[in-house]
Write a protein that binds this ligand. Structure first.
Ligand code: G4P
Length: 528
């Protein structure tokens, strides 16, 4: 690869998937290729005793799952790759969504036997909202899965995205023999007895007789050629512009557990995915290629990463320029100068002090309580990046403190956790008896909330689950909003005073939407 500017060599992406699709396995293989780890089993020891660096909370250890997302980085072929890890458990949190705002592209990992599953769908929506490129890896081809055409159809039907297979599998499960790389006309052969040994054969095209020789099964080869012809005739064309806009997803087939197809995926993905993209700010577009001054935003705050020291770490995504340890920056919201003294960078397992970082990189800043999600830090000209959206919570509880005397600590803890973005706090609107309501994206957050308030603030709380499943930020013409506010039940305000309507179910929500045609119902707070 020719020498690139630091920003051009950065690739920052998140892996989106449903639990069990193989995200940990794939991440591990990517890190192995990048030389960031030496043995498999280091990323997350679900069934063994090793724990990844993100498994810091007791609750995570007890359950053996990752509650919080972390950042992994490695070098590969001149690229500086940052993977934003997103929790894989079904009980994921708003953090998972927010992490996607720090990514420039996403890898969508799908279990080929299961197709598009619920959590992938939710995460995909956020990627779609941001218009970032999405690369699809169809996993577990070593097992019998669904027909690849059927999987492509599902992407279109359930996610509304067209696809372009970069490779095409020959057989599946018992008969899985390899994948043909349509771009490089290379055949990668799968050897079930020794899957790590991958033979690569350069072909002149799918009709090359070397293919018949290598596969040795007439029926399979005939089927493969037929399918490929169908793809060439009826499938979408390769279109990099559409890929960049997130309207066409390149598909790769493989088996993460056997490392099969992973390197090919990585190499194509790094070439096709964008370097750190321009971002909108209050002073216009900030393009890291032309804006040389440092800027970045906080997308995640995590308290007590190291239980031995009561630390709080703010994760900053660098959006332009170069970071140097000890540099002075402006905290725009507070109008204060800050010295970035001891930032940390995240490797597979350990945290290390970072001296220099560039646009696209993620650094962790020690946070004495100065940062909020969405804060912008800049050098030179002042501007702010767009507000970080809140996403519609799906679980709600009324929250009270058990001992009235601990009210102060309780409020402090709630504020802290709201600022971190672990929970969303609402207040009942226009009710005589004002009540605080906590909304979360994943139900596990209630447990995290209880645990953290008890351990960090010594407060016992009472949570009373409420029947709502949907929250919508509402906005519209004043007159209709006034009627809506008078007539609609279950209204609350968020911490910025915006009106949010809560609904028990989809039907109730549809009824309100039909009844107030001029009012907009938003799934996230990002509607200005
Ligand atoms: P997750 O992080 O997305 O939740 O998935 P993870 O990597 O933990 O993988 C979930 C299960 O799927 C694991 O099996 C893993 O070994 C398996 N898996 C991942 N990739 C492949 C693949 O390419 N082919 C096949 N056949 N299986 C794959 P497990 O039985 O739950 O755990 P383990 O005992 O294997 O660790």
């Amino acid at each position: 690869m020719t020498e690139l500017k630091p920003v051009q060599s950065r690739r920052t992406f998140a892996i989106i998937s449903h639990p069990d699709a193989g995200k940990t396995t794939l991440t591990e293989k990517l890190l192995l290729f990048g030389g960031a780890i030496r043995e498999a089993g280091t990323v997350k020891g679900r069934k063994n005793s090793k724990h990844a660096m993100s498994d810091w909370m007791e609750i995570e250890k007890q359950r053996g799952i990752s509650v919080t997302s972390s950042v992994l980085e490695f070098l590969y072929d001149g690229y500086h790759v940052n993977i934003l890890d997103t929790p894989g458990h079904e009980d994921f949190s708003e953090d998972t969504y927010r992490t996607l705002t720090a990514a420039d592209s996403a890898t969508m990992l799908i279990d080929a036997a299961k197709g598009v599953e619920a959590q992938t769908k939710k995460l995909f929506k956020v990627c779609k909202m941001r218009g970032i490129p999405i690369f699809t890896f169809m996993n577990k081809l070593d097992r019998q899965g669904r027909d690849p055409f059927e999987l492509m159809e599902e992407l279109e039907e359930l996610l509304g995205i067209r696809s372009y297979p970069m490779g095409w599998p020959i057989g599946m499960g018992q008969s899985f023999s390899g994948v043909y790389d349509r771009h490089n006309k290379k055949l990668e052969l799968y050897n079930p007895d020794n899957p790590k040994e991958i033979d690569v054969i350069q072909l002149t095209g799918p009709d090359d007789p070397k293919l018949d020789e290598a596969i040795g099964d007439e029926g399979l080869v005939a089927q493969f050629r037929e399918e490929l012809e169908l793809l060439d005739v009826a499938g979408d064309e390769f279109d990099l512009d559409l890929i960049k806009k997130g309207e066409l997803t390149p598909i790769f087939f493989g088996s993460a557990i056997s490392s099969f197809g992973v390197q090919t995926f990585l190499e194509h993905m790094l070439k096709l995915s964008p370097w750190p993209t321009p971002r909108e700010s209050t002073k216009g577009i900030i393009d890291p290629l032309t804006h040389n001054k440092f800027s970045g935003f906080i997308f995640k705050i995590q308290a007590n990463m190291n239980p031995a020291h009561r630390d709080r770490v703010a994760f900053l995504r660098i959006t332009s320029g170069k970071f140097e340890r000890g540099m002075q920056v402006k905290h725009v919201r507070l109008g204060k100068n800050l010295k970035l003294a001891q930032p940390t960078q995240f490797l597979a397992q350990s945290r290390s002090i970072v001296d220099e970082a560039h646009a696209g990189d993620i650094i962790g800043l020690f946070d004495p309580g100065t940062f909020r999600i969405g804060d912008t830090l800049v050098e030179g000209q002042e501007f702010e990046f767009d507000e970080m959206p809140h996403f519609s919570p799906e679980h709600f509880s009324a929250i009270t403190v058990k001992e009235a005397l601990k009210h102060k600590s309780f409020e402090k803890g709630l504020q802290q956790l709201t600022e971190e973005g672990a929970i969303q706090l609402f207040k009942t609107y226009n009710r005589f008896n004002e009540q605080q309501i906590v909304g979360v994206v994943g139900v596990l957050q209630f447990e995290v909330l209880e645990h953290r308030l008890k351990n960090e603030y010594h407060v016992d709380i009472q949570l009373e689950r409420l029947p709502f499943s949907f929250a919508r930020w509402v906005d519209g013409p004043e007159e209709e909003m006034n009627t809506f506010k008078k007539m609609q039940r279950n209204l609350v305000t968020d911490r910025d005073g915006r009106i949010v309507a809560l609904f028990d179910n989809d039907f109730q929500m549809r009824t309100a939407i039909d009844k107030y045609p001029n009012i907009q119902f938003y799934e996230n707070s990002f509607y200005k």
